[in-house]
Design a protein around this ligand. Structure first.
Ligand SMILES: [Zn+2]
Length: 322
């Protein structure tokens, strides 16, 4: 099947109590690792591209890599989504350039301005058969060119969501309930430590999610910043010359719970970066004489596939749902 929008995916996910994984792609090995996992697990899939990815790999290369994945995976629906579109022009360029879904992130703007910008993108996107994700509230953390300090982050205010969705016409809404971008989602001061000395972050605000869902019944909610920062990969990095002390993510049980509620799309990027970097560091440590990129990118791609497989089955619950 050709690239699809997320409309049907989200409807089935909402009704089925699971979420679709949205994974960021930047190069061929990442696209292959993710899509091989989704194909084997027969899972619907969102491949997403950030502004930073377009700057790194070039829009055309990324679109053609995703089109290759669509050809290789004829049995699963795949959407191509712009992650954190900063303005109308970037969204328009992706809509004109073959994307089936875009995010306009005007969440740092005042409420009325966020509505106006989002509305403009929605009008253009819907005219071209493309769906739009918007954001209310703002997540802390760093992701490519989005950088929000903990002090400037704010939870979504449920009392604003009905007006926002009805005035913008957006198709899904990213909300802030305590997830965060990057591999250092929380400072040690915000966390407790478990028996192994690993940081445990504060729990997600399910009360906000439930109030949003009560006000927007049937409406798909999106969670950004939802990597869990697997300690096996942090350890692999640190044992092979890396230095990532106290990297911490969102516990998978909490994401699993969110997926059973109104959350239909969960964004995962940092975990794939950690898997790739850990694999390559370990390979270099074990084979200091090797220099063929195919040699070290092979285990990197395999570990991306392994972590995505784990997410599809155990966190998102979307395996077998394509
Ligand atoms: Zn994000």
């Amino acid at each position: 099947m050709p690239l699809t929008t997320t409309t049907e995916m989200f409807k089935k996910a909402y009704d089925g109590g699971y979420a679709v994984g949205a994974f960021n792609v930047n190069n061929m090995e990442i696209v292959q690792g993710i899509t091989e996992a989704a194909r084997e697990q027969h899972a619907p899939l969102i491949l997403q591209v950030s502004k930073g990815a377009r700057a790194y790999a070039n829009h055309t290369y990324l679109v053609k890599l995703v089109e290759a994945a669509v050809i290789e995976c004829p049995d699963i629906p795949i959407a191509l989504h712009l992650d954190h579109g900063p303005d109308f022009e970037t969204c328009k360029s992706c809509i004109d350039g073959g994307f089936t879904s875009v995010m306009i992130d005007a969440s740092s703007k005042p409420f009325a301005e966020n509505i106006a910008i989002t509305r403009k993108v929605v009008e253009y996107a819907h005219d071209h058969g493309v769906v739009v994700e918007a954001e209310l509230g703002s997540l802390a953390g760093v992701e490519d060119e989005v950088n929000v300090s903990a002090e400037d982050s704010s939870y979504t205010r449920p009392e604003e969501v009905e007006e926002f969705v009805s005035k913008t016409g957006c198709d899904s809404l990213a909300i802030a309930i305590g997830t965060s971008h990057g591999a250092y989602k929380f400072t040690a001061a915000q966390c407790t430590r478990n028996e192994q000395g690993v940081l445990v972050p504060p729990p997600l605000r399910f009360d906000i999610l439930e109030e949003v869902s009560r006000r927007l019944p049937g409406f798909p909610i999106v969670l950004h910043g939802s990597s869990s920062v697997p300690q096996e990969f942090v350890k692999m990095i640190n044992e092979n010359g890396g230095k990532m002390p106290d990297a911490v993510g969102i516990p998978e049980e909490q994401l699993r719970k969110a997926a059973t509620l109104s959350v239909c799309k969960i964004n995962i990027d940092s975990d794939l970066r950690l898997a790739m970097t850990g694999s390559i560091r370990q390979y270099f440590a074990e084979h200091p004489d090797h220099f063929d990129p195919r040699q070290y990118l092979t285990p990197a791609r395999a570990n991306i596939k392994a972590i995505v497989t784990h997410k599809l089955i155990n966190v998102l619950g979307c395996a077998g749902k394509a």
